[in-house]
Write a protein that binds this ligand. Structure first.
Ligand code: GRF
Length: 216
């Protein structure tokens, strides 16, 4: 049965390898009834933009004008919401139903998160709730864990916190550096992020409070 097509918008700030893994799975038909309609970057020079264009996907750079440098917290939040409204306007023009954060380095405003509640996913390079925030791989190495991994989760108003969709475990080796560990985790990221998107598009994810049930 042909379902409705889900329009995907991907927000990026950097390399875009997760973005590309998802685009490939859509192209290959592994993720059916979905289209990546736009890739939006918070950085003009993000390599992700070129990668997306190479797949024929429309790209936009929306300039955040360093709003996070605003010292007054209230004004900073106002600027964040203004910025997010610019993004939302572009998403709405293209009828985006699912927003994917893929190495997107800005914190979304509560305004954005409420507007797309249950329709924003993120990938994080640790087994949440361990090591949220920046440099998760270094945090894992410094802590001395034997296993770490990656997590795809729905986004809520706390950083790296929303209901967990999928996780993958990766061993930490004694001689790992941040680079070798990150590379091992990234391979798993490229598997579980497209998988989570497929499950969403196929209507197989049911969110019950903090828990995400995967329907068969
Ligand atoms: C990934 O490690 C992801 O887990 C984190 O940022 C990195 C983005 O890499 N959120 P890429 O831009 O997808 O290559």
């Amino acid at each position: 049965m042909e379902g409705k097509v889900i329009n995907i918008g991907i927000l990026v700030s950097g390399r875009g390898s997760n973005m590309e893994a998802i685009i490939r799975k859509v192209e290959e038909g592994y993720i059916k009834n979905a289209k990546v309609v736009v890739v939006i970057s918070s950085r003009r020079d993000a390599p992700a933009l070129e990668k997306a264009r190479a797949h024929g996907i429309e790209t936009l750079f929306i300039d955040p004008k360093d709003f996070w440098k605003e010292p007054d917290p209230e004004k900073r939040e106002r600027l964040r919401v203004e910025y997010d409204k610019n993004i939302i306007a572009e998403l709405e023009k293209r009828n985006v139903n699912l927003v994917l954060l893929a190495g997107y380095m800005l914190k979304l405003s509560p305004y954005f998160i409420r507007k797309y509640k249950g329709r924003i996913m993120n990938i994080h390079p640790s087994l949440l709730p361990a090591f949220p925030g920046l440099n998760a791989q270094k945090q894992a190495l410094d802590y001395g864990v034997k296993y770490t991994g990656c997590t795809v989760h729905f986004v809520d108003e706390e950083v790296d916190h929303g209901p967990i969709i999928l996780q993958a475990v990766v061993p930490v080796h004694d001689d790992d550096t941040v680079e070798t560990l990150s590379e091992r985790i990234l391979k798993k990221e490229h598997e579980i992020y497209p998988e989570a998107v497929r499950l969403y598009v196929e209507g197989k994810l049911e969110v019950l409070g903090r828990k995400v049930k995967i329907k068969s």
